[in-house]
Design a binder for this molecule. Structure first.
Ligand code: NAI
Ligand code: MG
Length: 504
């Protein structure tokens, strides 16, 4: 139970999901005593590149700082890989593929992948703390979501490694060879697992680059690869900025490249690889609609909408950043939503009570601020709770815009922050039309009591994932990926494995 400090008497805030919140303006929050997570993240002062099974210094000798966005303190130095380092990583990967991994029976590969999953579970708390410190997300998310899901992806794909004859019924599958992968900063360890696990299960070797603001858990996972006895060169981790990423994507040894990040950079990569024989998968931006009908379970829907956009500070490509709410319930829904947002706790990401942590970087904070200012300028009505922001670090209040029209930038552009745009609709067709009226198509949410309506919506919504009466639910068995400018290819499930093999 939370401890109460002496404060003026206030109404207790319901933390119970789904219990109706009275439509009142609350006073101050109950004050909880701080409950910081104290596990040791076991950070090194300096992280080198992981190439050929060993940590080696970058040939340029250059390093950059990874900082904690919650307090702007330096956490560690990270190697900046140049083209020569990326080339060394690809050479190591090719050697490992030709001599060991590509020839190893699937049931033997499975043992390594299971071992990686178990070792990650053993060190789960340490990884969660490191992830929170490097990226700014609340500890309860890295502890309860990122790290367990990352382990689940390794477990799931380990289970496939000896069953690859069933991936494409009637056909035989073979690995592609060496694959190059670049990932973003919003789920650093989880995106790493999404990329590595299917590629490894299928027998490929890998060169991967984490995002420059969040490289630490990738390099900690490299320690696990060593402990698991993974043959040298099977996974190589090169750290750095966009130049390093471009070198990973364009290397001639890469049979396939996989990218998760902004649509803008995805397009640059696609243009640069046009005409080559590289296979490609892209997981890019999103501008998902959470659609709430008047027959929806309202309190659950409020909780789902809050989870959809404020989870991980809105640093989620499939974030429900647009709320489409049925006109008859719009006023009531917005009032409940604001009450819920008033009691979200923003602050130290390492505190177990924190709901909203730090924005990942100063750049991202600037981008969110610019887009939110445009929303105010273009005439939308802004709501932000009066929560206090920590004095140091990068923070942004949860923000709700109502009176938004489809032409506003905040309704069209990916904000990648804790900012929700609320629009209304009258008919099912209008909801579909508005939800699909975007360049993106990664995900959507539908809240209604009617199964038939869920089926209609999920058929007509042009989105890779449609959640019904829930949001942001993930499972390694369930394929994830986009329509339109949200990219192509799938991650997870049998479909995800097909993107890492050739049919022979
Ligand atoms: P970004 O697309 O620049 O970064 C993603 C990854 O790509 C990083 O590892 C980066 O080092 C690498 N990269 C950058 N330029 C590259 C290039 N030319 N070739 C190969 N790799 C390259 O995204 P950024 O700048 O960090 O964020 C900007 C916006 O992108 C965000 O505000 C958000 O809207 C969106 N974004 C979307 C993500 C998603 O999961 N869909 C993830 C991250 C950002
Ligand atoms: Mg960092």
């Amino acid at each position: 139970m939370p401890t109460l400090t002496e404060k003026k008497p206030t109404r207790p805030t319901s933390r119970h999901h789904g219990r109706p919140l009275p439509e009142l303006i609350f006073g101050d929050l109950w004050e909880f005593d701080p409950a910081p997570e104290t596990a040791d993240p076991k950070l090194k002062a300096r992280y080198d590149l992981f190439i050929g099974g060993r940590f080696i210094a970058p040939q340029s000798g250059k390093y950059f700082d990874s900082i904690n966005p919650a307090n702007e303190q330096k956490l560690a130095e990270i190697a900046h890989a140049g083209a020569a380092d990326v080339d060394a990583a690809y050479q190591a990967a090719r050697k490992a593929f030709d001599t060991v991994w590509g020839r190893m029976p699937g049931k033997e590969r499975a043992k390594y992948i299971y071992r990686i999953a178990r070792l990650l579970q053993d060190r789960a708390r340490e990884f969660a703390v490191a992830e929170t410190m490097d990226g700014g997300k609340p500890i309860k998310e890295s502890r309860d979501f990122d790290v367990p899901m990352a382990a689940a992806h390794f477990f799931y794909h380990a289970g496939w490694a000896d069953k690859l004859d069933y991936v494409a019924p009637g056909r035989r599958v073979a690995p592609l060879g060496v694959v190059g992968q670049v990932i973003p900063w919003n789920f650093p360890l989880l995106m790493l697992a999404w990329k590595l696990a299917p590629a490894l299960a299928m027998g490929n070797c890998i060169v991967i680059k984490p995002a420059e603001t969040t490289s630490i858990t990738a390099l900690k996972l490299a320690e696990i690869f060593q402990d698991a006895g993974l043959p040298p060169g099977v996974v190589n981790i090169v750290t750095g900025f966009g130049d390093t990423g471009a070198a990973v994507m364009s290397h001639p040894i890469a049979a396939k490249v996989a990218f998760t990040g902004s649509t803008e950079v995805g397009k640059i990569i696609m243009r640069s690889l046009a005409g080559t024989d590289k296979k490609m998968t892209m997981e890019l931006g999103g501008k998902a609609a959470n659609i709430v009908f008047d027959d929806a379970p309202i309190n659950q829907a409020v909780e789902g909408v809050v989870n959809g956009i404020f989870f991980n500070q809105g640093h989620v490509c499939c974030a429900g950043s647009r709320l489409l709410v049925h006109e008859p319930i719009a006023k009531e829904f917005l009032a409940k939503l604001k009450n819920r947002v008033r009691v979200l706790r923003l602050g130290d990401p390492l505190d177990k009570n924190t709901d909203i942590g730090a924005i990942n970087s100063k750049e991202q904070l600037g981008k969110i601020t610019e887009l939110v200012n445009s929303g105010v300028k273009e005439g939308a009505e802004m709501f932000q709770p009066a929560c206090k922001l920590p004095l140091r670090g990068y923070y942004f209040r949860p923000t709700i815009f109502s009176g938004v029209s489809m032409s506003h930038r905040i309704a069209r552009e990916e904000i990648f922050g804790p900012v929700l745009s609320v629009l209304t609709f009258r008919t099912v067709d209008e909801a579909i039309e508005k939800a699909n009226n975007t360049a993106y198509g990664l995900s959507a949410g539908v809240w209604t009591d009617k199964g038939s309506r869920i089926l209609k919506m999920s058929t007509e919504l042009k989105a890779g994932v449609v959640w019904a009466n829930t949001y942001n639910k993930f499972d390694p068995a369930s394929p994830f990926g986009g329509y339109k400018e949200s990219g192509f290819g799938r991650e997870g499930g049998r479909q995800g494995l097909l993107d890492y093999c050739q049919l022979v």
